[in-house]
Design a binder for this molecule. Structure first.
Ligand code: GAR
Length: 367
C-alpha cells in the first residue's frame, strides 16, 4: 500500500538529495486534482518530462474547501493521492494544508517548479516568486489543454444530469453599475456554464450599463425605485416591489453583481442561502465602499475578490470562493480593478453554477 499513499515532506526532501547526488532533477507542481481529466494527465506528463522525478503537492481537504467552496473537493486527499500515484508520470504525492505551496517548496527545494498555462511568471505572487528566486528554482509555465478543465468537466456532468430534471433554476441579477459581471453571467448562461437561466436583471439606477447589457441579451431589464432612503439603502416599498417581481418570476437564486444597496428582510428570508454577492476584496478585509483603494493605501501585497452568501450585514455572509489578485508595483486603482474584474468574471459564473448544481439540495434550490 505504501506506494499508493502520499509521502511526507521528509521523504520528498530525501528523494531530492538522492537525485541531486546522481545529477538528476526533481520537478514539483501543485494543485487540487479532485476531478482528473486528460488536461491534467498531459500537463503532468509534460512536467515529468522536464526532470527525473515528478512530485505533485495537493491541497488537503480543508484547504480545498477554503479555496473552492464547501462542495469541493469531490474526492478526499487520500483518494486523490491514490489516483495520481496510479499515473505512470507521477512519482510521489505530498499533501499540504496551507493556502499556497510555499511551505512545500521551501521544504522540498525542487530543481524545477511548474505551473499551469493561465499563470505567467508575473502572476506568481511576489512571495512565491521571491522564494523560488532565492532558492534558485527554475520556474516553468506549461500550456494547458484548451477546453479541458475541472470546471468544464463538472459543467458537462451537470448538463447531462439536467436532461432528466423538470425545471431549470431561474436566476435574477441585481446591479447598479456597468454590468461587466452581469455580462459574464449572461454569457455563461448562454454557453450552458451557469447551471440556470437568467430571467431578469433588476437595477436601482435608471440608464445603468447593466440594464443595457440585459437588453442586448434579450433579458427583461427592470428599474426599481429605491425610494428616498439614505445612500445604500432601500425603502420598504422598493423591497416589496423587488420581492413581488422575484416571486412572480419564480426566481430561485439572486446574484448581486455590483448592487450597491443593502438587502434586508423580508427579502433575505424569502431566499435563504440563495442570495450571492460579489465583492472586490479578500473579505473579511475591506468590506463596504472603495475596497480596492483601501487595499492599495494599506500597502497590501495582494487584493482579490470574494463570492459570498448575503446576510443582514455588509459583506459579512458565508464565503463561498475567493481569488487572490497579486498587487504589482505601480498599480493604480484602475489597473488593479481591471485585474480583479478579470478574476470576478472567471469565478462568479463558476460559483453560481456550483451553488445551483452541487449545493442545490442543501440549499433547497429547485432544480
Ligand atoms: C464589481 O467589482 C463587484 O465586485 C463590485 O462592484 C463591481 C461591479 O462591476 N461589488 C461591490 O462593490 C459590492 N459591494 P460591474 O458592474 O462591471 O459588474
Amino acid at each position: 500500500m505504501s506506494d499508493r499513499s502520499h509521502s511526507t515532506l521528509e521523504e520528498i526532501a530525501a528523494l531530492r538529495e538522492e537525485l541531486s547526488r546522481r545529477g538528476g532533477k526533481l520537478v514539483l507542481t501543485n494543485g487540487v486534482f479532485d476531478v482528473l481529466h486528460v488536461g491534467h494527465v498531459r500537463y503532468l506528463q509534460e512536467a515529468a518530462a522536464l526532470g527525473d522525478a515528478l512530485v505533485v503537492a495537493i491541497n488537503g481537504d480543508d484547504s480545498v474547501r477554503r479555496l473552492k467552496g464547501p462542495g469541493r473537493p469531490i474526492h478526499n486527499a487520500a483518494d486523490r493521492a491514490e489516483m495520481l500515484l496510479a499515473l505512470r508520470c507521477v512519482d510521489r504525492v505530498v499533501v499540504f494544508e496551507e493556502r499556497r505551496a510555499s511551505g512545500v517548496i521551501e521544504a522540498v527545494r525542487p530543481h524545477i517548479y511548474t505551473k499551469g498555462g493561465d499563470y505567467t511568471p508575473d502572476s506568481l505572487i511576489d512571495e512565491e516568486k521571491s522564494l523560488l528566486d532565492r532558492l534558485g528554482i527554475e520556474i516553468r509555465i506549461l500550456s494547458l489543454v484548451p477546453g479541458q478543465s475541472t470546471s468544464a468537466t463538472l459543467a458537462k456532468l451537470a448538463g447531462e444530469n439536467r436532461t432528466d430534471r423538470a425545471k431549470t433554476p431561474r436566476i435574477a441579477i441585481l446591479g447598479s453599475g456597468k454590468g461587466s459581471n452581469a455580462r459574464a453571467l449572461l454569457e455563461a448562461a448562454r454557453e450552458g456554464r451557469l447551471g440556470g437561466e437568467v430571467v431578469v436583471v433588476l437595477s436601482d439606477v435608471p440608464g445603468s450599463g447593466i440594464l443595457k447589457i440585459a437588453e442586448s441579451h434579450g433579458i427583461p431589464a427592470l428599474v426599481i425605485d429605491p425610494g428616498t432612503e439614505k445612500r445604500g439603502h432601500l425603502s420598504d416599498a422598493a423591497l416589496k416591489e423587488m420581492l413581488d417581481r422575484l416571486r412572480s418570476l419564480g426566481v430561485d437564486l439572486i446574484a448581486c453583481a455590483g448592487f450597491m444597496r443593502i438587502l434586508r428582510e423580508p427579502l433575505l428570508s424569502a431566499f435563504p442561502g440563495r442570495i450571492l454577492n460579489l465583492h472586490p476584496s479578500l473579505l473579511p478585509k475591506y468590506p463596504g465602499l472603495h475596497p480596492v483603494a483601501k487595499a492599495l493605501a494599506a500597502g497590501e501585497k495582494e487584493a482579490g475578490c470574494t463570492v459570498h452568501l448575503v446576510d443582514a450585514g455588509i459583506d459579512t455572509g458565508e464565503i463561498l470562493r475567493q481569488e487572490i489578485v497579486p498587487i504589482r508595483a505601480g498599480d493604480t486603482v484602475e489597473s488593479l480593478t481591471a485585474r480583479i474584474h478579470e478574476a470576478e468574471h472567471r469565478i462568479y459564473p463558476e460559483v453560481v453554477w456550483e451553488v445551483l448544481e452541487v449545493r442545490s439540495q442543501e440549499l433547497g434550490v429547485r432544480s
